[in-house]
Design a protein. Sequence first.
Length: 276
Amino acid sequence: MHIFEEPKIDCHAHVIDPVNFPYGKNVVYRPSAQEIGTAAQLREVMTSYGVKHALLVQPNSGYEGDNACMLDAIAKGEGRFKGIAIVDLDADIATLKTLQAQGIVGAAINPTVHGNDYYKDADRLMKRLADLDMFFNLQVEHDQFLMYAPWIEQIPVKVLIDHAGRPDPAAGLNQPAFAAMLRLAKTGRVNVKISGYLKFARRPYPFVDCRPFVRALVDAFTLDHCLWASDWPYLRATERQDYGPLVQLAGQLFPDANDRRKLFRDTPCRLFGFPR
């Protein structure tokens, strides 16, 4: 079976549809041209590459906490999609339960956009997510993760880390934040998306400078807690990105078909409740 035909779940994709869901007035970035990716376009891409389901992640770009575009995609997706929302840090249990009933499995924060100070009270949200058995989805870069590591260790919340934690390849495997992330594998609650190489690589595709970090993550977390994702439609990409080469790259990184089955399907099915 060709890798494009292997059943997959994409654990980090966005829907961007400014025609039907206009951008907010004060958003940090307004996607345009090939950064726009509607739910219908995503479904076509998924069909082309054997992707049966996707975890949609609400983008700060275009929408911030207006989850309407993503919720519409989930509602009309015939079971293809679940989602990660952006909510106010003081969102109450009732608000989170309402989102949960609409297919939302967690809430995201993004210090790479807003900085750590913006999220200095995020531990309160983490506790509420833990109470509802929802995921805390975190996108950090460089040493930002160090602020969240003690909370993750103390609060029994399930965690998703975007894009391998976006380490600095030049700083090596022992850089403080990446080392702290590896140590948290022992909790059994932290899961890492093997994705988003372009957001931290210093070398172009096939991102060979990212590979030691991927190996270290898989060794620490095992494939029971690692997830494959595309990051489609590649917001703020600094060079050309396409879905097919990223799937092929997964094949290079994980040449064993049994490993790919865990990464592509078994682990996300278990974590998010997608049908097998």
